[in-house]
Design a protein around this ligand. Structure first.
Ligand code: HEC
Ligand code: HEC
Length: 280
């Protein structure tokens, strides 16, 4: 399989039939269009190689001319996915070795695919399965290895999972504000307070993450007037669904989340200085 041009990098189209039958995965090369409301689906490869996110604006000419080229060291890990996920040291343990999971408690991690609730990052933060990191980083206590910058601007240099968690919190708050401002409603008049994933599509939901019902009980997609929220929610949910707490590609994810937060602030006319360390 050609991983650079191949089906892994083509958009996942919910429910769309392939020529040979089946749906979703493995679309033909001609199927370039991404359905606007398609949810981020298994985004790990995209993130590792620094793509798939929805940047809300392009850099200005001046920024592009002066920005150093972004580099993503983890996309060069030898043997790619296996280089980290196959932890030879843990071969004999119950969860290491062939399990793919780098978590001490691999089955206790529900993904929270909803912008009204923080993601469950504790198992990641505390996991000690760092054997495959050691050849480059030396011994790491946990996967929550020290970041190179205070990316969430809270004044503390923390582990990468905590820095990403901080950015996700800022983005969640922005999304909540923007949804309140738009006051979108379901057919029964209930207010949209979050974005969640249903049938691999982004849909509006209430504060408890229950999808809103539209006419005839259908789910409610985001209207074109909420394109900014849709893209921002996509980025948020992509970061959560990736499941690595930023470790797949700290540089890319930090740049994506920071720029998304800044664009949402700008949209409501706020321009505030951030104390965070930004990346190209
Ligand atoms: C730099 C090391 C590293 C590389 C390289 C890497 N991963 Fe990961 N990945 C992690 C860590 C750390 C986690 C979080 C712990 C876990 O869920 O096992 C993770 C989580 C995941 C998860 C989420 C697991 C779950 O069920 O929530 C998937 C899926 C995944 N990686 C796929 C991949 C794929 C596919 C590749 C190659 C394209 C890859 N990873 C390359 C470190 C890496
Ligand atoms: C093949 C080598 C290699 C492996 C394996 C590897 N890394 Fe890295 N990692 C790098 C390089 C190179 C950098 C960039 C320079 C630096 O910060 O040391 C980096 C950066 C980082 C950073 C700093 C992110 C930032 O920019 O703030 C963290 C955190 C990190 N790695 C965690 C991990 C974890 C956790 C694992 C194991 C799951 C892992 N790495 C596996 C090479 C590797």
């Amino acid at each position: 399989m050609n991983v650079v041009e191949g089906p892994l990098l083509r958009p996942f189209l919910p429910g769309q039939k392939r020529p040979g039958g089946g749906s979703g995965h493995g679309q033909p090369a001609t199927a370039k269009e991404r359905e606007r409301e398609a949810a981020p689906h298994a985004p790990q490869f995209q993130l590792l190689t620094g793509r798939g996110g929805k940047f809300l604006r392009l850099p200005t000419a001046a920024e592009a001319a002066t920005a150093p080229r972004a580099s993503y060291p983890h996309s060069g890990v030898p043997d790619a996915c296996v280089g980290c996920h196959y932890d030879a040291e843990a071969r004999r343990s119950a969860v290491g070795g062939h399990s793919f999971k780098l978590l001490d408690r691999p089955d206790t991690r529900p993904l929270v695919l909803c912008t009204a609730r923080p993601p469950e990052l504790e198992p990641l933060r505390t996991s000690t399965r760092t054997g495959s990191c050691a050849r480059c980083h030396g011994r790491l206590g946990t996967l929550n290895a020290r970041a190179r910058g205070d990316y969430d601007g809270d004044g503390r240099l923390e582990g990468i999972v905590d820095e990403i968690a901080g950015l996700l919190e800022l983005l969640r708050a922005e999304l909540g504000r923007e949804l309140a401002r738009l006051a979108l409603r379901g057919a029964g008049g209930e207010l949209a307070a979050s974005v969640t994933v249903a049938d691999e599509r982004l849909v509006l939901a209430d504060a408890e993450c229950r999808p809103l019902a539209g006419p005839k009980g259908a789910r409610v997609s985001l209207p074109a007037s909420a394109l900014l929220v849709e893209k921002a929610a996509f980025n948020y949910l992509m970061a959560v669904r990736d499941g690595s707490g930023g470790i797949h590609n700290p540089q890319y994810l930090v740049a994506l989340l920071q720029s998304t937060i800044v664009e949402l602030e700008a949209a409501r006319g706020e321009k505030r200085p951030h104390a965070w360390r930004s990346l190209p």
